[in-house]
Design a protein around this ligand. Structure first.
Ligand code: ATP
Ligand code: MG
Length: 240
C-alpha cells in the first residue's frame, strides 16, 4: 500500500482514494479506536499521538488511516496534525499544500483555525507541517504544541498527531506529555526487540502514556483466522 498511488493513466491520487471503510484493514483501525475509547478517562475529547522507535515504520500511514476511520466510522469530528516537521508527509498523502501549517502558526502567528485544510471527508480536517524551517528544535517546544492542541480541542473531538520517531530525534519526547494516549507503530519482522524496548523506556521516562502498539507490515505474519478466505466466503451482506 502506498499513500500516493499512480493510476493506469499515471495520475497521482490521494490516500483518500484507497481508503475503503469496509476493508479488513479498516476493521483493525476500528478496533484500535474502540480500544482507545475504552481507555478514555473522562471528557469527550481525545488527543492521540502516533510515534515509533525508528524511521519508516508506518507512522504517517497509520495516522492517516486512523484519522479517516475516526471521521467516517465514528463520525467524530477529527483533526490530523503533521507534527513531523523534519520529514512531513501528511500533505503528500492527502495531496494538499504543505505550506500554511504548523511552522506558520508558530513563526508567523497564523491562527491555527485558519491553517486548517479540509479533506474529502466532511468530518476530517488537516493541519500540515508548514514551510521548512531551520530551527525545528525550537519550534517543537512544549508550549507551542500545547497552545495549538488546546485551541484545536475546542473545534474537534478527536485529534490525531503524526510525529517523528523516538530514537533518532528528541522532538516527540519533548511534547509527549501533552497527549492522552500514545500509540507505538512497530514494523513487524524488521524493528528489533531491543530497539522497541528502548522506545518504550524513553516514553516512560518522559511521561508518555503508552496505551498500545500497532503492528504494521503484518502480511503473511497473521494467524490463519485473519485470512478472509479461511471461511470460504466473503463476510459481506448477501443482499444485492
Ligand atoms: N502496511 C504497509 N504496507 C505497505 N507499505 C507500507 C505499509 N505501511 C507503510 N508503508 C510504506 O512504507 C513507507 C513508510 O511509511 P510511512 O511514511 O507511513 O512511515 P513513517 O514511520 O511515517 O516514516 P518516517 O519515519 O519517514 O516519518 C511509505 O512508503 C509507505 O507507503
Ligand atoms: Mg512519517
Amino acid at each position: 500500500m502506498s499513500g500516493a498511488v499512480l493510476t493506469e493513466k499515471s495520475k497521482l491520487i490521494s490516500i483518500q482514494d484507497v481508503f475503503n471503510p469496509e476493508s479488513p484493514e479498516s476493521t483493525e483501525f476500528r478496533r484500535i479506536l474502540l480500544n482507545l475509547d475504552k481507555s478514555k478517562k473522562g471528557g469527550n475529547k481525545q488527543v492521540i499521538l502516533i510515534t515509533s522507535a525508528t524511521l519508516s515504520e508506518g507512522k504517517s500511514m497509520t495516522s492517516s488511516f486512523l484519522a479517516m476511520t475516526s471521521a467516517s466510522y465514528k463520525n467524530s469530528k477529527t483533526l490530523l496534525i503533521d507534527f513531523d516537521l523534519r520529514r512531513p508527509t501528511i500533505h503528500k498523502l492527502f495531496g494538499v499544500n504543505r505550506v500554511g501549517g504548523i511552522s506558520e502558526i508558530i513563526l508567523n502567528d497564523l491562527a491555527p483555525k485558519k491553517a486548517v485544510k479540509p479533506t474529502n471527508l466532511d468530518k476530517l480536517d488537516l493541519l500540515t507541517a508548514g514551510k521548512f524551517a531551520d530551527n525545528i528544535s525550537e519550534l517543537v517546544k512544549v508550549s507551542n504544541v500545547h497552545r495549538i492542541i488546546e485551541e484545536m480541542k475546542f473545534y474537534y473531538d478527536t485529534i490525531i498527531v503524526d510525529s517523528p520517531p523516538l530514537i533518532p530525534v528528541m522532538d516527540t519526547l519533548i511534547f509527549v506529555e501533552e497527549f492522552d494516549a500514545v500509540l507505538l507503530v512497530v514494523k513487524a519482522g524488521v524493528t528489533q526487540r531491543a530497539i522497541v524496548s528502548r522506545a518504550r523506556d524513553l516514553l516512560a521516562n518522559h511521561n508518555g502514556k503508552l496505551v498500545g502498539v500497532i503492528m504494521n507490515n503484518m502480511t503473511n505474519s497473521l494467524p490463519y483466522y485473519y485470512n478472509q478466505n479461511y471461511y470460504g466466503y466473503n463476510y459481506k451482506s448477501s443482499e444485492k
